[in-house]
Design a binder for this molecule. Structure first.
Ligand SMILES: [Zn+2]
Length: 477
């Protein structure tokens, strides 16, 4: 699907009509010229006090889903209709909230981003493609700010869809080796992004034993993917992004029940998300130093697989007793966190489909964020609303740390309590983060956002969250 822009509507396009047709003609909002067909959306929404950032982006997605359901190939949108919503919302909210939340820059970016997100469908393996939509034309007169944000929206929306495509690809076509190759493909034409792939032999030499243990049972060799993007000041401490890259999670010897295994092709979503984020950052030429680390591993079963009861010495030197081989994400993240130390990071952000407990805690509509930095938490919470990648914080209280005590090693890889598993997982990671001097860290448990729900108004499968949030965050850090 492509997006094009023009001053006026063109023939052959079905025109979106967000309002009653007769009202449009009266107010001269909807240019009927050159249009024989309309896609009427009016029944789908009401312009009431309910219209806010969330409902606005959902409206855009509904327009696209409806166009696809009606097998429309070419769709056009009168941008004046969007401005009418923007103006009316601004009139209503200007006293109550920050009107800047709904300014023309935000609106332009949000419209384009969500057109791309709603248009995307995973159909790489479909012999007959079902996605009809080929082109969306936005017409009107645009300001410089709007044009810039259209472009930004396209970059970020497309990047989120790259994350979705990687995450949706099944494990038989997404081994650690293939993920490493895909990384090279994504950054083929980006001289500013340097890629290094560490092989098992390389990481063995430096002692990344947790990372190696998780992949030991797989016939597919583990790969430690490193991308370095140094577009910031020469001595500026970088932002390090770490993404969980479990290309398939059987649970290991603590085998998952059959019903929860199918979706484990997406257990590398954290890795996919940060690779896509870096692509958007590079496309937007954001002048920052960013390091991306993706430990890519398959958690499988064989005679070589690591076992419950094993004690493994991490890269940090902390010994870990394995209580459960299905709590593998935190193990590969722990070694990646220690590896990040050599970059002297100012910020460390890790993204992982880490715990089912996160879904229990928040339901399926928000990523859980955990951090000891209140400023960072506040910033992320605000950006989560404006980007639509919703988040909600959980505490990092040391009370929960007692559940990670091991009788025989420094730490246990799974809490001995049934409850609060997202918090104890974050506290496990913090044991390693705390060894990095003066770093601001946040953990994103994206398990609740791994796959789309009905009310997301997206096609089923991966959501690509929180690419939009991370791109904004990086530009503000
Ligand atoms: Zn697992």
């Amino acid at each position: 699907m492509k997006i094009s822009f023009n001053k006026i509507n063109k023939t052959g396009f079905t025109l979106v009509n967000l309002y009653e047709k007769d009202i449009d003609i009266k107010n001269n909002i909807c240019s009927e010229k050159n249009t024989e067909k309309f896609l009427n959306i009016k029944s789908e929404f009401k312009l009431t006090d309910e219209m806010n950032q969330r409902t606005f982006l959902m409206l855009i997605r509904k327009v696209i889903l409806k166009a696809k359901a009606e097998k429309i190939q070419k769709l056009s949108l009168d941008y004046n209709q969007i401005r009418k919503i923007q103006t009316e919302v601004l009139d209503k909210i200007s006293e109550k909230q920050n009107a800047a939340d709904f300014d023309s820059a935000w609106t332009a970016k949000t419209v384009i981003e969500n057109i791309f997100l709603a248009a995307y469908k995973f159909e790489k393996y479909k012999s007959q493609k079902e996605n009809s939509l080929e082109e969306v034309l936005i017409f009107g007169e645009f300001s410089k700010i709007e044009k810039e944000n259209f472009q930004k929206g396209e970059i970020v929306g497309k990047a989120a869809n790259i994350a979705r495509e990687l995450a949706n690809t099944p494990a038989n076509d997404m081994t650690p080796t293939i993920l490493a190759q895909e990384t090279k493909n994504i950054f083929k034409n980006y001289p500013k992004v340097k890629i290094k792939i560490l092989e098992e032999a390389d990481v063995k030499k430096i002692g990344m034993n947790l990372f190696l243990a998780v992949g030991a049972g797989s016939q597919h060799p583990s790969k430690f993917i490193i991308c370095e993007y140094l577009a910031g000041q020469k001595n500026a401490r970088p932002i390090v992004l770490i993404g969980k890259g479990i290309t398939y999670d059987t649970g290991g010897l603590n085998l998952k029940p059959g019903s929860s295994m199918n979706s484990m092709i997406m257990d590398m979503t954290g890795g996919a998300v940060i690779l896509a984020t870096l692509k958007a950052v590079a496309d937007l030429k954001i002048p920052k130093n960013i390091i991306v680390l993706v430990p890519a591993v398959e958690n499988a079963i064989s005679g070589e697989a690591y076992r419950p009861g094993d004690i493994i010495k991490s890269l940090e030197g902390i010994t870990v007793e394995i209580d459960n081989t299905d709590a593998e994400g935190r193990l590969i993240l722990a070694d990646a966190i220690t590896y990040a130390k050599k970059y002297n990071p100012k910020y460390l952000l890790d993204v992982a489909t880490l715990t089912g407990a996160a879904v229990v805690a928040l339901g399926e509509y928000a990523t859980v964020i955990l951090s000891k930095e209140n400023d960072l938490s506040e910033k992320v919470s605000k950006l989560s609303e404006s980007t639509g990648d919703l988040t909600w914080p959980l505490p990092m209280w040391n009370l929960y740390k007692d559940y990670l005590k091991s009788k025989t090693a420094d730490i246990l890889n799974l809490s001995t309590s049934r409850w609060g598993g997202t918090i104890s997982a974050a506290l496990f990671l913090y044991e390693f983060v705390s060894k990095i001097p003066d770093v601001k860290w946040m953990h994103f448990d994206i398990a609740p956002r791994m796959t789309a729900n009905e009310n997301d108004n997206l096609e089923s499968g991966a959501t690509g969250e929180p690419v939009r949030l991370l791109v904004e965050l990086i530009s503000e850090l």
